[in-house]
Design a protein. Structure first.
Length: 249
């Protein structure tokens, strides 16, 4: 077949498409015999013969080749960029204990004993009733696993350091007391809603602790010295010290 263009425009489209093979077209028409993109050993012989024919003035050839360098690196239609953000929060425990040390000096005043001259001898000088104190702080807690600890400086409780002499069968120079702290918190390493928590050091105990997860809430601390009814109290000053510790773990 013979194709001739007279006064016509041949439109050549230049295109660039992703992953498309570059154009390499060789077409021959030699005496009506068409040869298109010859390949292989046989194709090479046929192409050589076609070229000899063209050199001898027989037939024609059409060649189209295109070349452009490849991407400098493999193309990435989707790019994921991961950013690592980091920072730290210091471990901290807080307890609002007033604005000065006076707020932490708990004075029972006069601890009443039975002083009436009409008291039975088995009740004379015994405590009239329990001694009680309450402390509450609206700001307490730790922002990490922690331990709430309570310790007394003397397992005997409030102690009369200078009692003088006394009959140990009938009198004593100490007043045992109990300490109970209560707050809202969670168990150690637990990730859940807070519930009521308590830590008690009994009259016969010297210290106690409770480990737990991060918490913040009000904390109440109750001191109760039960009335001593089996012995009288020796006159004098009774003192004792209790330490509350919130310790980050």
């Amino acid at each position: 077949m013979k194709t001739i263009l007279y006064g016509a425009a041949a439109a050549i489209a230049l295109i660039a498409t992703p992953a498309a093979a570059q154009t390499n077209q060789v077409h021959y028409n030699v005496g009506g015999i068409q040869l298109t993109n010859p390949t292989g050993f046989g194709g090479a012989i046929a192409q050589g013969l076609a070229e000899l024919a063209i050199a001898g003035g027989i037939g024609t050839r059409y060649r189209a080749q295109a070349d452009a360098p490849s991407d400098s690196t493999p193309a990435t239609p989707t790019v994921d960029v991961e950013f690592t953000l980091s920072g730290s929060v210091n471990k901290d425990c807080s307890f609002y204990a007033g604005n000065n040390s006076n707020a932490r000096d708990i004075d029972f005043g006069v601890i009443g004993v039975r002083t009436g001259n009409n008291e039975n001898v088995n009740a004379a000088f015994e405590m009239v009733g329990p001694a009680e104190a309450n402390i509450d702080s609206l700001t307490a807690g730790c922002n990490t696993n922690n331990s709430v600890e309570i310790s007394k400086d003397d397992i005997r409780g409030l102690v009369n350091a200078n009692p003088g002499g006394y009959d140990t069968d009938e009198f004593q120079a100490n007043i045992p007391y109990e300490v109970t702290a209560s707050w809202t918190g969670v168990a150690l390493n637990a990730q859940t809603a807070g519930t009521a928590q308590t830590l008690t050091v009994a009259t016969t105990g010297n210290a106690g602790q409770k480990q737990q997860g991060a918490w913040r809430s009000r904390m109440d601390i109750d001191f109760v010295a039960p009335a001593i009814t089996n012995k009288g109290l020796v006159a004098g000053d009774y003192t004792g010290k209790t330490t509350l510790t919130l310790r980050a773990l």
